[in-house]
Ligand binder design. Structure first.
Ligand code: SF4
Length: 313
């Protein structure tokens, strides 16, 4: 059973803020059966980029996209995924083709800049105490720039708004990660957000994966400004203090709700009406039965699942 001693992640807190009932279903372990394509694709891209960034952390600036894509680590990851989702092997292969094309064009856009930066860490898992709470999560990376350390975060977003820079500076993840990584001892100066648009081009009926990858690559290389945007976000001292204060209030609110037994109320901004996609618990919420759901024992899907690593089981 989940208790506040297990700790909380920013995504868990976001779930709670969007709808306590959905958060309760999630903490009880209910997950919709089957591959969730956008989430799965995001995880694949994070893993692909992690293989590359890990090489930069150890000083291998010669690492190329083809080294990443032929890495035994990636092969093992894909095999594991195909075993987990045997019904979706075709879809997984298609998404891998999309990911391969995107990596080549991402490298064309950013490889030189990445080589100039000093990579301190990739995929940093944290578990930090903060004013009676435990903050958990995994940051995509930390790089040292001329004026200090920056947290790198990759976001995969099909829909993007002209106000993205302002929206990102109000992303709750920023205050959560800032606070946790400063608690962990990093002198964080700011955030670098890589916002990447997954290509929506579909494969043709008779097209091979190679031909499909080549077509995707052509488009992503031709229109980098459409697919890749990078935002640097820094804050003044008073803004950081305000962020910490806000975070603390939200953490207290969440902890009270947990300690009171997760009142089964619903108030929601997330059913399907806020542009974020349909709530995965819509059918359970409206019919009261768990048909189409499975139960898992992991609280934090975004944390590593390797044996021996605590991911909130
Ligand atoms: S369908 Fe709406 S009210 Fe029900 S759990 Fe999902 S977000 Fe909450």
């Amino acid at each position: 059973m989940y208790t506040s001693e297990v700790g909380m992640t920013q995504s868990l807190l976001k779930k709670f803020l969007a709808c306590p009932r959905a958060c309760k279903y999630y903490l009880e372990g209910y997950r919709k059966i089957g591959l969730k394509k956008p989430m799965w694709f995001g995880s694949l891209m994070h893993y692909i980029l992690h293989i590359w960034k890990s090489q930069l952390v150890v000083g291998n600036t010669e690492c190329q996209p083809e080294d990443v894509l032929s890495s035994p680590l990636l092969e093992a990851y894909m095999e594991e995924q195909m075993l987990e989702f045997p019904e979706d092997v075709e879809e997984i292969n298609k998404l891998r083709a999309v990911g391969s094309a995107l990596l080549y064009s991402y490298a064309a856009q950013y490889a030189e800049e990445m080589k100039q930066q000093k990579w301190i860490a990739s995929e940093i898992q944290f578990k930090e105490a903060f004013r009676g709470h435990i903050l958990r999560g995994m940051a995509d990376g930390i790089v040292e720039c001329a004026d200090g350390l920056y947290i790198i975060d990759h976001k995969f977003k099909g829909r993007q708004s002209a106000s993205m820079a302002s929206l990102l500076s109000r992303d709750f993840q920023v205050e959560f990660y800032y606070t946790a990584l400063i608690q962990a001892g990093y002198d964080i100066k700011g955030f670098i957000y890589d916002v990447i648009r997954p290509p929506q081009i579909k494969p043709r009926k008779t097209e091979t994966h190679e031909a499909y990858t080549a077509r995707l690559l052509g488009d992503t290389l031709e229109r980098p400004e459409f697919y890749f945007k990078r935002y640097n976000i820094t804050f003044k001292q008073n803004e950081l203090q305000e962020m910490r204060f806000n975070l603390l209030k939200l953490l207290d609110r969440f902890k009270t709700w947990i300690d009171m037994g997760m009142d089964d109320v619903y108030y929601s901004t997330g059913c399907a009406m806020s542009g974020g996609g349909e709530c995965p618990y819509l059918s359970m919420c409206t019919t009261g039965d768990d048909l189409g759901y499975t139960k898992v024992e992991t609280f934090f899907e975004e944390l590593p699942k390797e044996k021996g690593v605590d991911n909130g089981r």
